[in-house]
Design a protein around this ligand. Structure first.
Ligand code: UT7
Length: 319
């Protein structure tokens, strides 16, 4: 029994906001600085009141339509998000209700920018165990809600959006190998160290990051985890048709491709137009490359994510 992606979907809220527009809003930055350091040219920022569940629901509807699956037929809904609508109920339950599904197993996964790789790996294990047959796996984020717009070192990097896949039981591959790792001793280099307690926000409710420490860590483990899933599937990185790394920074993406010996034209890049959408970045990029015809059935695709925790993971699949 394999788990196979039968549909993809994505959704970006509002209009694209360029680097120049951010600078015009009073952030002490420039298009030249942001493009040189990150490759980001624009990002989408959700209008006030728009939530992760709304973005996730739009992406899910598109993935369900491509798969030809009714929402009522789903038996598993997993949402990767670090910007849930509420502390509880889970964003997965909110999306389940919006889609009109009743009874499916539904829960959120919190692994920040590695969230989609984790959620996909978890869903695959449910399906391969035989307990579930039809899963919806979503990455949905409104990171603009947790950015300190006075901190130019972080606020220019992130965007909002959602991506989704339908994953179904199949006799042919399918997901070939997955890996999920974490090292909590690095919690201090990327976090939102705020708490809600006794009706008050205590601590700091905004994203904080040691950019250079994150950069070095990301380049190392993204190459390692890609090699790990290739070895588990008894494949070489030269056999990969498409690499979809977490879309945080073009320099990290380029360095990862180089370390793996994967040519730049085989690497899907959306960071230039989406910024870093955390758990949504990989399914957004996957959906774009499926819908524009780059990714074809039967091709080998390697997805990977990394983020706060630190947490990282990958999935190697035959599309
Ligand atoms: O999902 C994982 C999420 N995070 C990442 O993947 C981020 C990984 N890290 C990075 O992408 C890079 O470290 C950054 C893009 C965040 C920063 O690049 P950097 O080359 O490490 O720059 P830096 O933080 O060392 O800052 C260099 C200079 C500083 O000025 P001084 O002290 O040299 O005068 C900053 O104040 O750039 C300044 N700076 C900016 N200038 C214009 C920082 N942010 C900005 C900005 N615009 N937005």
């Amino acid at each position: 029994m394999y788990a196979r992606i039968t549909g993809t979907g994505s959704y970006l809220p509002g209009d694209a906001v360029s680097n120049t527009e951010l600078a015009a809003r009073g952030i002490d930055t420039s298009d030249e600085w942001i493009v040189t350091r990150t490759g980001i040219r624009s990002r989408h920022l959700a209008p006030a009141g728009t939530t992760a569940s709304q973005l996730g629901c739009e992406a899910a509807r598109r993935a369900l339509e491509m798969a030809g699956v009714e929402a009522t037929a789903l038996d598993l809904i997993i949402v990767a998000t670090s910007t849930p609508d509420f502390i509880f109920p889970s964003t997965a339950c909110l999306i389940q209700a919006q889609l009109g599904n009743k009874g499916a197993t539904a829960f959120d996964v919190q692994a920040v920018c590695a969230g989609f790789a984790y959620a996909l790996g978890i869903a695959e294990k449910f399906i391969r165990s035989g307990s579930h047959k039809r899963a919806l796996v979503i990455g949905a984020e409104v990171f603009s809600r947790i950015l300190d717009w006075q901190d130019r070192g972080t606020c220019v990097l992130f965007g909002d959006g959602a991506g989704a896949v339908v994953l179904e039981a199949a006799e042919t591959p399918g997901i070939l190998a997955t890996a999920m790792h974490a090292d909590g001793s690095y919690a201090g280099i990327l976090n939102v160290p705020g708490q809600i307690s006794r009706g008050q926000v205590t601590g700091d409710p905004f994203l904080r990051m040691d950019g250079q420490a994150v950069f070095k860590f990301a380049v190392r483990v993204l190459a390692e985890v890609a090699q790990e899933v290739c070895a588990a599937a008894e494949m070489d990185s030269a056999d990969i048709d498409w690499l979809i790394p977490h879309q945080a920074n073009l320099r990290i993406i380029d360095a990862t491709g180089r370390k793996l010996g994967i040519a730049p034209e085989k690497v899907v890049v959306t960071v230039d137009r989406h910024g870093n959408t955390s758990a949504a970045s990989v399914p957004l990029a996957l959906d774009e490359a499926v819908r524009d015809g780059r990714i074809q059935r039967g091709q080998k695709v390697l997805l990977e994510g990394i983020g706060g925790g630190f947490a990282w993971g990958a999935a190697l699949l035959e599309f």
